[in-house]
Design a protein around this ligand. Structure first.
Ligand SMILES: [Zn+2]
Length: 94
């Protein structure tokens, strides 16, 4: 194993906090290091940044869980792989 695997992912909430500058060191450095190895979290951060730009000073917590839900759904939709037909034995079994 030579590939670096992130131990854990950060939630949308973490990235919103990060964008607000509310993540203290050394956690902030850890998150930035995680970004370099985790494309999933980079996508997440980009989405949160877009939302953050749209919403201005509003906090995610003011908007309720529905907001984080919407972000998560959006992220999931973007991250979803294209539909691939299952390989192997389909209906051709005779
Ligand atoms: Zn991650």
């Amino acid at each position: 194993m030579t590939e670096m695997q992130p131990d854990e992912h950060y939630s949308d909430f973490h990235w919103v906090e990060y964008l607000h500058g509310r993540i203290p060191q050394p956690e902030k450095t850890k998150m930035e290091e995680h970004l370099t190895v985790c494309e999933d979290c980079r996508t997440r951060l980009n989405i949160c940044r877009a939302m953050h730009t749209l919403l201005g000073d509003k906090k995610a917590s003011e908007l309720g869980p529905a907001f984080l839900d919407a972000i998560a759904a959006f992220a999931a939709a973007r991250a979803a792989p294209p539909a691939t037909p299952a390989e192997g034995d389909s209906a051709g079994n005779s």
